[in-house]
Design a protein around this ligand. Sequence first.
Ligand SMILES: [Zn+2]
Ligand SMILES: [Zn+2]
Length: 329
Amino acid sequence: MTTSTPVKLGYLRKLLESRPHKDVLRTYLHQNEDALLKNAILVTLHRKWSARPPYGLSEIGITTYDRQRVNCGFPCPPGAHAEDLLEHVWCLHLRIRSNAHLPLDDASPDAFHFGTSVFVTYDEALDLLHHIWHQPMNDDRPDKGYRPIIYLSHGDNDALGKVRNIDCDFVPGQKDTTIATLNAQDIAVHTKITSKSDAAIEYLLPIFKIIPFHAGNAGNAAIYTTVIAFLSALRNEVYQSDDNPKARPGQKGPSSAKSAMTVVQGLMARPTPPPPFGVLIYCCKCSSYLHFAAVCPNTDFVCTKCLGSKTDWRVQNAQTHMEGLCVFK
Ligand SMILES: [Zn+2]
Ligand SMILES: [Zn+2]
C-alpha cells in the first residue's frame, strides 16, 4: 500500500500542472505506473448561487469517481459511450435550506434526474466536502495519509467573484489534497470536440448525441460535466474505428452497439441511495419537514419585510417564505 504524504502530493501536483487537462484525465483513467495517482479520486463540483443579492450558495452538485473501484484499479476499455466507467460515477444534489427560497431555475428535487436531492444546512454541506477531500488511503492505517483529489468543473464555476466571497470557506483548488484542477470546457477544446472555449453544457452534450434535461440543476450539471470530460478525453477509445478514423462522436465504432441516450438513461435509472444526512422533504416557506413549498398549507404566510421592500423582485418573492426565514438584507 502506497503512502500519501504532503510532499508526495506536492510533487504530483507540480508534475501535473504543466500538462494539458485532457492528458491529466487520460493519464488518471489509463496509466498504470504511478501508484499514488492511481489512488486519486476524481471529484466534479457544480455550485449555484442565487442570481441576485444576497447571492447565497443555493445548490451543490457533486460527482465522485474512484478508479480503484473499476476493474480492481486496472485500466479497461471504457465500453460504449464510456458506459463501463460512467456507471461507477456517484452523484448527489444538495440544496442549502436557508437559501432554498431564493429564485432559481431547475433547482427542484423533481429536476434532478441522477439520484435523490437532499436539503442540508450550509455546515453539513461544508462537512461533506471536507470528508470527500480527506479520504484515507487505508481506513485502518491513518498513517498512510489521504487520497489525492483531481477536481473537475465546467468553465468558471469555480470562480469566486466578489459577490461570492461569503462562500469562500471552501476553495477546492486550494485544498492540500488537490493535485489537479481540470476544466471540462478546456478538455473539449483540446480534444477538438468544439472550438468554442466557453461552450455551455447544453451546447456540448448534443455533439455526443445526448439530450440534456434540466442542465441548470446543479446535480445534473455535475454529472453532465463528468460525461463531457470522459467522452472528450477518451474520444479515440470510444468512437474510433476503420470507418470512423476521425473518431466523430455518435453511435460509431466501439460505441455502435447502443445509443448514447440509452447509456445516459441507464445512469438515471440505476439505484442511487440518498446520502445519510440532510432531509428529503423541506418547505422553504414555513420550514416544515413534512411537505414541500408547492403544497404548503400555510397559504397566508408572507414575508412582510420583502412585501414592503422598494425592490420589485423582493416583493415578487415575498410569498415564498415567512419573515423568520428571510435572507435578504
Ligand atoms: Zn410549508
Ligand atoms: Zn423576505
